[in-house]
Design a protein around this ligand. Sequence first.
Ligand SMILES: N[C@@H](CCC(=O)N[C@@H](CS)C(=O)NCC(=O)O)C(=O)O
Length: 328
Amino acid sequence: MSPPVVIYRYDMSPYANRTESVFAFKRIPHQRVEVAPIMPRPQILEPFGLNYRRIPVVAIGKDLYCDTNLILAVIERRFPTSEGYGTIYPPKRNGGASDTGIIRSFCRPLVKTLFMLCGLLMPWDVLPDAFINDRSTWIGTKIDVATFIAMRPGAISTIKAHLAQLEEQLQNSGGDWLFDTVDPSLADVSVGFLLQWIKPEAPGKPVFESENLPLTLAWFERYEAHLQKAKASQSGPKDISADEASAIIANGDFESLDVVGFDKTDGALLGLNLGDTINVTPLDTGATCSSTGKLLALSIEEVVIEVNGNAGVFRAHFPKIGYKFERA
Ligand SMILES: N[C@@H](CCC(=O)N[C@@H](CS)C(=O)NCC(=O)O)C(=O)O
C-alpha cells in the first residue's frame, strides 16, 4: 500500500500549486493542511521540530521533504509508473528515452529566475503591511513597494524574453509540450505554474497579450486544459487539520535510509560526518530559518537529518543544491 502523503500549503502559494499539479498528473492521493500565508507556522515547527519556513513541505509516511526541487524528484521515485502512477517524464513523441536530467537542469534555474520576476507583478501596492514585512524577512531585504512597482516593466520585458526562447523551442519541435513529450513533463509544469500565478494579476496582462508568442500562449492554454482534466479526474484531495496530519505522519513508516545512503567523498567535501549535528539553511530565501538535526544520510542529491518535535522523531530531507550545511 502507498504511504500517506500530506502537503502543508496555502491557497496562494505558487510552489504548492507546482507540487499539487504534479500530484494531479501523477494521480497521487494526498491530504492537505492549510497554513497561514505568513509566519508563524506552528503546524510544522511544533509537531516535527522542523524550522523550515518555505512552502510547501510534503510528508510521505514519516519522512518530511522540503523544497519542490527535491519533493518532485522523490515523488517520481516513490510513486513510479510501474505501480500505476503517472509520470512527469513522459516518453518523447518521436521515441527515445525521456530527457530526465536535462529537464531537471532546465527547470531549476529557470523557475528560480522566473519566480522572482513574476513576484514583481504581485499587487504590492495593496498588500497588507504584515505581508510586506513578512516577505522582507523572507528575502532578507526590506521591500520598498515603490521600487518593486518601478521594476515591473523591466520584469515583464524579461519574462517575455524568456518565453521567446520557449517559443523558438516549440517552433523547432512542432510538438505540444516543451520537451516534445507525449504528455506534459516537469518542464511544462514548471513554467505553467508561474504563468498561472501571474495570469489573474492585472500587471501580468501584457505577458498574455504578447503578439510574438503565439505558440507559447497556445501551449499554456493546452497546459491549463490538461491540468484541469487531471484535477477533475483526481479523487480528493482531502483537507485535514494539523493535529490529524501529525497523527497520520507519526503513525507512518520511514523510507529506508539506504535509498539515500552516505556518500563519504561528498561528506568530506562538505566537512560532514554521519551523526554530526548540523544546521541546514536555504541559500536564497527563507534563510532566517535553519533546521537543526543529526545527519542521517547524504547523497549527491539529498541530505537527511533527524528532527524532534512534540509528535515524535522524524526525518527531514533537503536537496543538496541551494542549501548550506554546517556543523551546529
Ligand atoms: N525553492 C523552494 C522555494 C519555495 C518558496 O519560495 N515558496 C514560497 C511560497 S510559494 C514561500 O515559501 N514563500 C514565503 C512563505 O510562504 O513563507 C521550493 O522549490 O520549494
